[in-house]
Design a protein around this ligand. Structure first.
Ligand SMILES: Cc1cc2nc3c(=O)[nH]c(=O)nc-3n(C[C@H](O)[C@H](O)[C@H](O)COP(=O)(O)O)c2cc1C
Ligand code: SF4
Length: 429
């Protein structure tokens, strides 16, 4: 199957981040089209295309935009979520560093659709290079009249502001992100009310992922039928899969939704190094339940992965070969989520802490057999009980690892040590 270059049209193009390059590749031609459409028409177009959010949850973008009361007396905001802190996910950074105007054109069209005159791009603090690129892109868009007052003589005004986070994973959660922009701690809000009703500064707000917004100009230009003809029913369009871990050719692959996981690993990733075999795959960023080697025929789309008890999430695919210690993987995950929990919910604050402690004990040979079921119990208590999905994002992969690789946990306890060889960073790479 040839690699589709729909979003990543910039590959091998010098200075692809500049507005001149973007325009020379057909950029900013969707904007005048969109400005000539009625907002409801745009919403219908996005719905018909079947675009689902690329930030993790896969919520239909057209439906989300339709939630905004466009005649609200309050200002309306659109926030572009460029926080991308999920381990194993690195697709948004690529778009915003290499082709930021695709995202910017999507933001302008989105703002026009929901009647927003101010948009924030929330970028992860550890991406100073990307922040510089976006600042330059915003400046260029103002100079060319794509931002500011009376955009392309349409009467529509829009200002876009870049907001740099301070490096907290929880600020990628949409209401944590809003709190952060408001200058508060990034602590997610209970929902409802949803941001479309009460969002940034108490005003109606849409939050969309970078890749979601980058799809929008392509849909306006090529039509919803084109987009929905790619992929499989209810899971349409291309997806940027980030492939990493134990594969010969890690990288970003833009392919239709619904491709087989096995093909992604074997055909695009060119298999596993050193003649080894796959032990486990995390298919959608660190929060997704892991799949075992006998599940590789699954198709990479929102619904198939949900039906298998996992999720497409960010489509950041991490491959683990048969030399991987799954207890150590679980310990590493628990460490990350414990560190990133905002601490508001007991189940998350305590649960992530206890998971890390128990997993460390097992990994270091100090665990007992009954601890294995205690791990499962802790995961169960954390799921679906908290303000945001971070606790689920910790519990889901760990629960799946314990259930699918229980024999490894038992072996650690029986031997009183980790049976796997410890690798240095250099050996992993
Ligand atoms: C802990 C946590 C972290 C998240 N981090 C991100 C992120 O970095 N980028 C992102 O787009 N969505 C992230 N999300 C999902 C957002 O809350 C939200 O669903 C998404 O930005 C909506 O955009 P979309 O509809 O275009 O997918 C995160 C969710 C959780 C629970
Ligand atoms: S689940 Fe965790 S990160 Fe989310 S609000 Fe509760 S304590 Fe904070």
């Amino acid at each position: 199957m040839p690699e589709l270059r729909i979003l990543r049209t910039y590959v091998d193009v010098p200075d692809s981040h500049t507005i001149g390059s973007y325009i020379s590749r057909g950029g900013y031609t969707a904007l005048p089209k969109a400005l000539g459409m009625k907002p409801d028409e745009i919403i219908e177009t996005i719905k018909k295309a079947g675009l689902r959010g690329r930030g993790g949850a896969g919520f239909p973008t057209g439906v989300k935009w339709g939630f905004i009361q466009r005649d609200s007396k309050k200002p309306i905001y659109l926030c572009c979520n460029a926080d991308e802190s999920e381990p194993g996910s690195f697709k948004d950074r690529e778009i915003l560093e290499r082709d930021p105007h695709q995202m910017l054109e999507g933001i302008i069209i989105g703002c026009y659709t929901i009647n927003s005159h101010k948009s924030y791009i929330y970028i992860r603090g550890e991406m100073p290079y990307g922040a510089g690129i976006i600042e330059g892109a915003i400046r260029e868009a103002y100079e060319k009249g794509y931002l500011g007052k009376n955009i392309l003589s349409s009467g529509f005004d829009l200002d876009v502001v870049l907001f740099r986070g301070a490096g907290a994973y929880i600020c990628g959660e949409e209401t944590g992100l809003l709190e952060s922009i408001e200058g508060k701690n990034g602590e997610p809000r209970p929902k409802p009310p949803f941001p479309a009703q009460i969002g940034l500064f108490g005003c109606p707000t849409i939050i969309n992922n970078v890749e979601t917004l980058a799809c929008v100009p392509h849909i306006i230009n090529r039509g919803p039928e084109w987009f929905s003809s790619i992929g499989i029913p209810k899971n349409t369009g291309t997806k940027i899969y980030g492939l990493c871990g134990n594969v010969n050719k890690p990288g970003l692959y833009e392919l239709p939704l619904g491709i087989r996981l096995r093909d992604l690993i074997d055909e695009y990733g060119e298999g596993i190094p050193g003649g080894r075999s796959v032990k486990a795959v995390s298919p959608g960023g660190s929060s997704a339940a892991v799949l075992s080697a006998d599940e590789l025929n699954i198709t990479m789309d929102f619904d198939s992965l949900a039906a298998a008890g996992s999720m497409l999430g960010t489509a950041g695919v991490t491959v683990m070969d048969d030399s991987t210690c799954m207890v150590r993987v679980a310990q590493n995950l628990a460490h990350f989520y414990r560190d990133e929990s905002c601490g508001q919910c007991v189940q998350c604050r305590e649960g992530t802490w206890w998971l890390e402690k128990m997993l460390t004990n097992i990994e270091e040979g100090k665990g007992r057999m009954e601890h294995i079921d205690t791990l499962l119990d802790a995961c169960y208590q954390m799921r679906g009980t908290t303000i945001c999905a971070l606790a689920d994002g910790c519990a889901m992969p760990i629960e799946s690892i314990v259930k699918k690789f229980r024999h490894e946990f038992e072996e650690h306890v029986r031997l009183g040590r980790c049976p796997f060889e410890r690798k240095t960073l250099g050996e992993w790479m």
